[in-house]
Design a protein around this ligand. Structure first.
Ligand code: PLP
Length: 450
């Protein structure tokens, strides 16, 4: 490995980071992570921290998951690559499809379409939704609805349904025909409603209003995260997603669950949709499917949608989407091992228990630190602290102050993620009670530094 000075200098000179200003690497040099073990990461200066970000919401089983590492190594030696485009397949993708169908059976999803990540998956799901309606003779159903604050990756269709201006403005014009409705975000919403259940009803009424305004017969799909993640961890009231499901069914609109973060246990249930008792028509998974060790994803398709494609005799059912790395045999091997380990460890149970501990600790932290305006979580291991200059006006905290909290927390031994004026926590699902206590005490140090 090159020495620390070489790495720091050339990072700033030659590397552009996703989701960052190119000049930022000079002003705020990133931490250079060079090793990891268990739920901890180690930077180039030898500083060890608990990774309370879980990679990027994906390293659910931590960094020492030997079965996944072994599966990748063995597969690299046996068959490092072959395509699954029409005419060829490989043993791993078949075994994995069968496992995924069993895993997602309670969600009513039985077919897998492989991708190389979440953005690809969102793109595929939206395209399949349009195609589904075309096959059925409803070619006018081309529009998409989604939630403000939603995050659906950065491909053009995904960015078009994204509900955050930061990921849109510089790339407009995006795809026409994408419309956004208010998020069930209790802390800030256009209705000034603070009761989560009443807010859910208002948001549902706004969705139906938009459906009527657009004309239901022009809408292909509604896409949503069961718990809004990157937008600042916004869990809706339990009535919300079932309400969206009911509206979609009533108006012939497909429901796409974007579970790039929430699938595989993060919410304390195996999937976010199941957590809310909802069966989506399509479900996008990625991230934790390989524990973050290999880029991979799977769009899961319900029986009802699959039948329309499979029974098509017109030729319109041929799928015109796919990636060189769709069904990569190494990714599939990683996913098989990861799914086995995920189920063996029953990580969703630990996510529920440790998530409750973390959420309670964060609420106690809020009582001690005026700068925390809102604490969100309570559904597994995904939580956020929203920081404000003062609680009365809810003015978002400035970048410099939140940066200071982040740095001091890191120095106290925990890596957290800053997104806008939120601090996001999504640790591996295998964290222990002591790890969570350590995360909380490092945050205490972080907030005491400002
Ligand atoms: N959808 C959701 C809900 C996500 O959180 C993300 C990434 O964080 C994506 C899609 C995009 O996934 P990827 O970054 O793997 O392309």
């Amino acid at each position: 490995m090159k020495d620390a000075n070489f790495l720091k200098e050339h990072n700033a000179r030659h590397l552009w980071h996703p989701m960052a200003h190119p000049a930022d690497s000079l002003a705020n040099p990133p931490d250079i992570i060079v090793e990891a073990e268990g739920v901890q990461i180690i930077d180039v200066d030898g500083h060890r921290t608990i990774d309370a970000v879980g990679g990027l919401w994906n390293v659910n089983l931590g960094y020492s998951c030997q079965p996944v590492k072994d599966a990748i190594t063995a597969q690299l030696n046996r068959l490092p690559y072959y395509s699954i485009f029409r005419g060829t397949t490989n043993d791993n993708v078949i075994e994995l499809a069968e496992m995924l169908a069993a895993f997602f059976a309670p969600d009513g999803l039985s077919r897998a379409f492989y991708t190389s990540g979440g953005s690809d998956g969102v793109e595929v799901a939206l395209r399949l939704a349009r195609q589904y309606h075309k096959i059925r003779g409803e070619a006018g159903r081309v529009k998409f609805l989604s939630l403000k604050k939603g995050y659906h990756g950065t491909h053009t269709l995904g960015a078009s349904v994204n509900g955050n201006a930061n990921f849109r403005t510089q790339y407009e014009p995006l795809m026409p025909g994408c419309y956004h409705t208010p998020a069930p975000y209790t802390y800030r919403n256009p209705f000034n409603e603070t009761d989560p259940e009443r807010l859910a009803q208002l948001c549902l009424a706004a969705i139906e209003d938009e459906i009527m305004f657009q004309d239901a017969s022009t809408i292909a799909a509604f896409i949503m995260e069961p718990v809004l993640g990157a937008g600042g961890v916004i869990p809706p009231h339990a009535s919300f997603m079932p309400g969206v499901r009911a509206l979609c069914s009533k108006h012939g609109i497909l429901l796409i669950a974007d579970e790039v973060i929430t699938a595989f246990g993060r919410t304390g249930g195996w999937t976010g949709s199941r957590h809310w008792g909802v069966r989506p028509d399509l479900l996008v998974s990625a991230k934790a499917i390989t524990n973050g060790y290999f880029p991979f994803g799977a769009v899961m398709v319900s029986e009802g949608v699959a039948e329309v494609f499979e029974k098509d005799t017109s030729g319109r059912g041929a799928i015109g989407s796919g990636y060189t790395y769709s069904g990569h045999p190494v990714g599939a091997a990683a996913a098989i091992a990861c799914l086995r380990e995920t189920e063996r460890l029953q990580v969703q149970l630990n996510a529920g228990a440790r998530g409750a501990q973390l959420f309670a600790g964060l609420q106690a932290l809020m009582a001690r630190h005026e700068v925390i305006g809102d604490v969100r979580g309570g559904h597994g291991l995904m939580c956020a602290l929203e920081l404000v200059a003062d609680r009365g006006s809810k003015t978002p905290i400035d970048k410099k102050t939140i940066g200071k909290v982040h740095r001091a927390t890191y120095e106290a031994g925990v890596m957290v993620r800053v997104s806008g004026n939120n601090i996001i926590l999504s640790p591996p699902l295998v964290v222990s009670e002591t790890d969570v206590a350590n995360i909380l005490s490092a945050l205490e140090a972080g907030f005491s530094a400002i």
